[in-house]
Design a protein around this ligand. Structure first.
Ligand SMILES: CC(=O)N[C@H]1[C@@H](OP(=O)(O)OP(=O)(O)OC[C@H]2O[C@@H](n3ccc(=O)[nH]c3=O)[C@H](O)[C@@H]2O)O[C@H](CO)[C@@H](O)[C@@H]1O[C@H](C)C(=O)N[C@@H](C)C(=O)N[C@H](CCC(=O)O)C(=O)O
Ligand SMILES: Nc1ncnc2c1ncn2[C@@H]1O[C@H](COP(=O)(O)OP(=O)(O)OP(=O)(O)O)[C@@H](O)[C@H]1O
Ligand SMILES: N[C@H](CCC[C@H](N)C(=O)O)C(=O)O
Ligand SMILES: [Mg+2]
Length: 482
């Protein structure tokens, strides 16, 4: 591809790749020098040139270099567009999901629904790129533009026609997915998270709303969870962007829940939806527990329906949904009838939602093991402690990716909101303690790491899985289970 096909006024030279990381530059690359939160990409321009960069994309600050410099007001945006142009291909139908909690679940459910409808479908996000050909880790929920665009091109070349991706607030704020052409988008919910990065909740909300205000083309469907207390504000943004709202949830106008009847291993949803011939009703036997899972499945169904899928076929597909790895995942049931679950709740609202969902399944007590991530929103810690104390009968506070921070200090911050809790250093030990306490009819919720396969301590990631830690503890404690 030639530089002037992507950048106005640039020379008529072939370039061989594009990156924002000087360490990844190869001969013939464009280097996007971006101002970051830790360093400034402009400090690496010379290093990039030395490695073979033939042009630099950067902001309008002064600077002289021996290769052409393309100066733009918003280099991250132009970088994303250039990556899209360079890789040149994406699945025909792309949708994106934003919200504090439930994105991974929703995109996974939508991939499953599309697959059931006969499409070659993929999902992209925290769980990686998941496609018929297999799964590939991406490292981020919304990875950088080159990772997004190269992955989408691979998927399209493999024949994937439908792809659902997660839009994180970091991703939206940093224009990581501004080169993706979307057919629809969904907003799930907003609650506290990432206030280490966003200056306040308003700023966090504005970042999420870029999906509607900057990414979705006019006239495209905007799926909105009508039960979110942000609904009115989101509708306002959607209308201003000339999108077509499609609201879902208990209070949805287009696809809504009338009644939920919990079953042992699932729940029956009495749903209604709007059609040209009037409202219709159906009962979907969802094979997943927890109201929040029903709401995520409904958002996925709304996305599929809003871009033309047959509602009846979508509802039939919902009856076949499989749980998403590490989301309310049943690890074992002890011989005395206590359930051990792993879940990815890592925000105050997520933990609140999870522990409420656990209650109907506990004849006995709800025991919760959790911690909070280091180098992330510290404000969440005492709040999550308080929530755990309020909704669980017993709380064990432990470690969850302390990263560069002192694990004991993080635990202390959580304990400030949960003075009655037991503090156990080391996650494996804490899980063991949770299992040791289990009696007939209890439920153990191990929250915060879900699908994760590592624990990051002082910058080093050691293999760790809540699922495996629970199974090892059962074996060590000689507890029988199935
Ligand atoms: C806060 C944040 O989002 N940081 C991301 C951001 O880094 P940054 O722009 O601040 O980078 P920086 O380190 O200051 O460096 C500035 C620039 O210099 C470049 N550089 C740096 C060093 C060098 O030798 N050469 C070089 O060219 C860097 O590549 C970068 O372009 O852009 C980088 C490249 O895309 C990301 O890797 C990095 O993610 C960091 C590692 C991270 O932890 N991000 C997390 C918080 C994140 O993005 N999470 C979200 C949300 C999670 C969720 O809620 O689901 C996600 O989507 O995963
Ligand atoms: N709709 C929801 N409302 C509230 N909490 C939810 C909802 N959906 C999921 N959760 C909780 O949040 C956890 C994470 O869910 P999921 O991984 O789907 O969210 P996510 O938005 O992708 O998270 P991340 O920001 O890490 O990518 C779940 O394990 C559950 O505890
Ligand atoms: N995408 C989330 C994941 C948090 C998971 C939790 N285990 C932690 O490490 O804090 C984040 O980066 O905030
Ligand atoms: Mg996710």
């Amino acid at each position: 591809m030639k530089l002037n096909q992507v950048f106005n006024g640039a020379p008529d030279w072939e370039f061989t790749g594009i990156t924002c990381d000087s360490r990844k530059v190869a001969q013939g690359f464009v280097f996007a020098a971006l101002k970051g939160t830790v360093s400034d990409g402009r400090d690496f321009i010379q290093a990039a040139i030395d490695k073979g960069a033939i042009a630099i994309l950067t902001d309008e600050r002064d600077g002289q270099w021996e290769v052409p410099v393309i100066k733009v007001a918003e280099p991250r945006l132009e970088f994303a567009k250039a990556a899209a142009a360079f890789y040149g291909k994406q699945p025909e139908t792309m949708v994106a999901v934003t919200g504090t909690n439930g994105k991974s679940s929703t995109v996974d459910f939508l991939r499953q629904i599309w697959t059931e409808l006969g499409f070659e479908a993929a999902s992209l996000g925290t769980l990686g790129a998941v496609a018929p050909s297999g799964a590939v880790e991406l490292g981020h929920t919304t990875p950088d533009p080159v990772a997004i665009q190269s992955t989408l091109a691979i998927l399209a070349n493999e024949g994937v026609t439908h792809c659902a991706m997660e839009a994180s607030s970091h991703g939206l704020a940093q224009y990581r997915m501004h080169g993706v052409k979307l057919a629809a988008g969904a907003f799930l919910n907003l609650s506290q998270d990432h206030l280490d990065y966003h200056k306040d909740l308003g700023d966090y909300f504005d970042a999420k709303m870029k999906l509607f205000s900057e990414l979705l083309p006019e006239g495209s469907p905007a799926i909105i969870n009508a039960d979110s207390d942000m609904k009115d504000k989101v509708l306002e943004v959607a209308k201003k962007a000339k999108l077509v709202p499609f609201t879902v949830g208990w209070r949805g106008d287009h696809l809504w829940i009338d009644e939920i009847t919990p079953r042992n291993t699932g729940q029956n949803l009495r749903l209604q939806w709007e059609t040209a011939e009037g409202d219709k009703e159906t009962i979907v036997k969802l094979p997943l527990i927890g109201e929040f899972q029903a709401l995520n499945a409904l958002a996925a169904a709304g996305l599929a329906m809003s871009i033309g899928a047959d509602p009846e076929a979508v509802f039939a597909a919902m009856e076949k949904l499989k749980g998403v790895k590490g989301r309310l995942e049943l690890v074992a049931e002890t011989a005395s009838g206590a359930g051990i679950y792993v879940d990815f709740a890592h925000t105050p609202d997520g933990l609140d939602t999870l522990l409420r969902a656990a209650r109907p399944h506990a004849v006995g007590r709800v025991i919760c093991v959790f911690g909070c991530g280091g180098d992330r929103d510290a404000g969440k810690r005492p709040i999550m402690g308080e929530i755990a104390s309020k909704f669980a009968d017993e709380v064990i506070v432990t470690d969850d990716n302390p990263r560069s921070e002192d694990p004991a200090a993080i635990r202390a911050a959580i304990m400030a909101g949960a003075p009655e809790a037991t503090e156990v250093a080391g996650r494996a030990e804490a899980i063991k303690e949770g299992i040791r306490r289990l009696k007939k009819g209890d439920v153990l919720m191990i929250a915060g790491k879900g699908h994760e396969t590592g624990q990051t301590i002082k910058g080093v990631t050691l293999p760790f899985s809540d699922h495996e830690a629970a199974l090892s503890a059962l074996a060590e404690l000689k507890v029988e289970y199935k």
